[in-house]
Ligand binder design. Structure first.
Ligand SMILES: Cc1cc2nc3c(=O)[nH]c(=O)nc-3n(C[C@H](O)[C@H](O)[C@H](O)COP(=O)(O)O)c2cc1C
Ligand code: SF4
Length: 432
């Protein structure tokens, strides 16, 4: 398919307003601002756009939850935290096509009755922040942001806020806390942010890619949008592919693509002709799949059917040399480090799982440790304040489900089933 989210990404000045306008930019915004807010929301609902940040919730539906009769200001927060292992699509969008995001911000603000949008960007994305701020200034100068945009009477200010660099800051209510200058710890819900969000005011939080889809719907029409991809999984989609593939990178296609096509056609297959062993299809919070699922559709519904999730569409590919016990330890280490510590099952459980996994890696495991791991995971999943708890058990539960024999081999033999040269170095890591 012709790329529409990152269409001229390889042009040297792809990110400039001049390039954007030369490719027909800001047409979607003109069309949307000519419509009443309620009609804009209805159009987005009809397009079938689902949020690209992980949960795949209907974007138009989410916008319609913003109360119309309150006098308080309303806000849009663009979630550009992008800290999940394997995920790197949003920073490409912002770095190479920032005006698409600004266009989407103005349309979204118009739809929900907001005049201010904050782009909450991951702390480490310093370069992207500079690109965004320079291009925001350009957009103001040209009248695409600010007061009375294009003479329509619509006002919209866009600010970039750099986070402190925490995975949990991407969770929507933790993001709001962080924007307000507090620690990035989630809030109890309800009330949901659409009703009580930033500074206690109605707030919509959407992923960068979600907002970038919005102008395309108005520029090309709902029928065009719905023609891309399968029913209920419409629109263009970015996939980040990393790990054991010839050509890691960000690829744009539609959600009728299969995992096999993404790995072998788009990313060039596995180097050295090695066999595929495992796939994490949607970022580290989604359960591992095996090559049996290669023909699954890489859509929200297709991956759910296959026993995993589309998540952030960040596919991590692992070949036959991968030690799955090490994978479980590696990701659990990440989650233990990133837990915000607010609720007990997550704070204590992640550390407990890590200790057991390290015991197994050191060659000191017992068979009952596998059931203990699953039992600890069971006491975390669905029992935490935010979905981080479900995310952190995914690597543990799914690797035991699909690769239990590797864990058992470690326990029996004291070493990995996979003859990796550095397994002794891993044992050393596990002793800490
Ligand atoms: C621990 C955690 C981290 C998250 N990180 C991100 C992130 O970096 N970017 C993002 O868009 N959504 C992230 N999410 C999902 C957001 O909470 C929220 O659902 C999303 O931003 C909504 O946008 P959407 O409706 O456009 O998908 C995260 C969720 C959790 C639980
Ligand atoms: S699940 Fe983890 S990250 Fe989420 S609130 Fe509880 S301690 Fe914090």
């Amino acid at each position: 398919m012709e790329p529409v989210l990152i269409p001229h990404v390889h042009e040297p000045h792809a990110f400039t307003l001049e390039t954007y306008l030369a490719h027909g930019g800001y047409r979607g915004m003109r069309a949307a601002l000519a419509q009443a807010p309620a009609d804009v929301i209805e159009t987005v609902k009809l397009s079938g756009l689902r949020g690209r940040g992980g949960a795949g919730f209907s974007t138009g539906m989410k916008w319609s939850f913003v109360p119309k009769d309150v006098s308080k200001p309303k806000y849009l927060c663009v979630n550009a935290d992008e800290s999940e292992p394997g995920t790197f699509k949003d920073h490409v969008l912002m770095e190479r096509n920032p005006h698409l995001l600004f266009e989407g911000c103005v349309i979204t603000c118009h739809a929900i009755g907001a005049k201010v949008a904050y782009i909450y960007i991951r702390g480490e994305f310093y370069h992207v922040q500079r690109v965004l701020e320079a291009q925001i200034a350009e957009a103001y100068r040209a009248g695409y942001l600010g007061r009375n945009i294009l003479g329509t009477g619509v006002d919209c200010d866009v600010y970039v806020h750099r986070g402190a660099g925490a995975y949990e800051a991407g969770e929507e209510s933790a993001l709001l806390e962080s924007l307000e200058g507090k620690r990035a710890q989630p809030r109890l819900r309800p009330p949901f942010p659409a009703v009580v969000g930033l500074y206690g005011c109605p707030t919509i939080i959407n992923n960068v890619e979600t907002i970038c889809n919005v102008p395309l719907i108005f520029e090309r029409g709902v029928d065009w949008y719905k023609s891309l991809g399968p029913d209920k999984n419409t629109g263009p989609k970015l996939y980040c592919i990393s790990g054991h593939v010839e050509k890691p990178g960000v690829y744009e296609t539609t959600m009728d693509v299969t995992l096999r096509q993404l790995i072998y056609d788009y990313a060039g297959g596995i180097p050295g002709g090695k066999a595929l062993k495992a796939i994490i299809p949607g970022g580290s919070s989604t359960p591992v799949l095996t090559p049996d699922s290669l023909d699954a559709q890489a859509s929200f519904d297709g991956l759910m059917k296959a026993g995993s999730m589309l998540g952030s569409a960040a596919m991590i590919v692992m070949d036959e040399t991968t030690d799955m016990v090490w994978v479980a330890e590696n990701l659990t280490h990440f989650y233990t480090h990133e837990s915000c510590g607010k609720c007990t099952p997550c704070r204590e459980g992640s550390d407990w799982m890590l200790k057991i996994l390290r015991k197994i890696l050191r060659g000191e495991g017992a068979m009952r440790d596998l059931d203990l791991l699953l039992s600890v995971a069971d006491n975390i999943g669905g029992k935490t304040l935010c979905p981080f708890g479900d995310a952190e058990i995914a690597p543990v539960v799914s690797t035991i489900q699909h690769f239990r024999h590797e864990f058992e081999h470690y326990i029996r033999e004291g070493r990995s089933l996979v003859p990796t040269p550095d397994w002794q170095a891993r044992q050393l890591v596990a002793s800490h």
